[in-house]
Write a protein that binds this ligand. Structure first.
Ligand SMILES: O=P(O)(O)OC[C@H]1O[C@H](OP(=O)(O)OP(=O)(O)O)[C@H](O)[C@@H]1O
Ligand code: HPA
Length: 183
């Protein structure tokens, strides 16, 4: 659904920056080190969880200086809303996963249900090892934990660096919490 320009501007004006671009860069450097430590030498298949992980993949992959391949998974649970619902699979690369070391790359760990389903699906598709990395984890209980976490933020609805608010703001340069009235 389209946001009117006036409403878009108002949402942005009311949002609060939680993480600066410099802090995201530092987190990405740390994530790259941890991922290198865990996966260098295993020839992993890195799976970008579309659409939210597009920024973290784009910024993280050039920081990984070892042999790897990239593919994607497309699954969605929020569908442009601020509350999650049923998980919908749009692309599951089952045949490419068998016997692979898999690294699932996502933007946010919120309830953890998306990551839980993806990890289970990768095991069901015959992955040898499944690891996961997320740019941001919310400080709340998760159905599933990520192996590598870039940043922790409070449990508020956030956007930026790939995370969307009603389909918008994925391109925001920073991580912002939406005002309560806009959630
Ligand atoms: O931990 P959870 O509560 O399951 O939420 C996390 C998931 O929600 C978002 O995806 P979304 O369904 O919004 O699709 P998108 O990637 O297209 O934004 C995000 O990219 C994660 O994949
Ligand atoms: O806070 C969030 N923002 C954007 N997308 C999300 N998907 C789960 N939680 C969030």
């Amino acid at each position: 659904m389209k946001l009117e320009a006036q409403r878009y501007d108002a949402v942005a004006a009311r949002a609060q920056q939680l993480v600066t671009p410099a802090e995201v860069d530092t987190a990405l450097d740390r994530m790259a080190q941890e991922i290198t430590h865990r996966l260098a030498g295993t020839d992993p298949l890195v799976l970008c969880v579309m659409t939210g992980a597009v920024c973290v993949a784009g910024l993280l992959l050039p920081r990984l200086h070892f042999q790897l391949r990239v593919d994607y998974i497309h699954v969605t649970r929020y569908q442009g809303q601020t509350r999650g619902g049923e998980l919908e699979w749009r692309y599951r690369p089952s045949e490419r996963i068998r016997d692979q070391h898999v690294l699932i790359l996502d933007d946010v760990l919120d309830e953890g249900l998306t990551l839980k389903h993806i990890v289970e699906a990768c095991h069901a598709d015959g992955a040898r090892v499944v690891q996961s990395a997320v740019l941001v984890a919310k400080t709340r209980p998760h159905a599933c934990e990520a192996d590598v976490v870039g940043l922790e933020v409070e449990d508020r609805y956030i956007y930026g660096y790939g995370l969307d608010y009603k389909g918008y703001f994925r391109n925001a340069d920073g991580i912002y919490a939406v005002a309560d009235d806009d959630v």
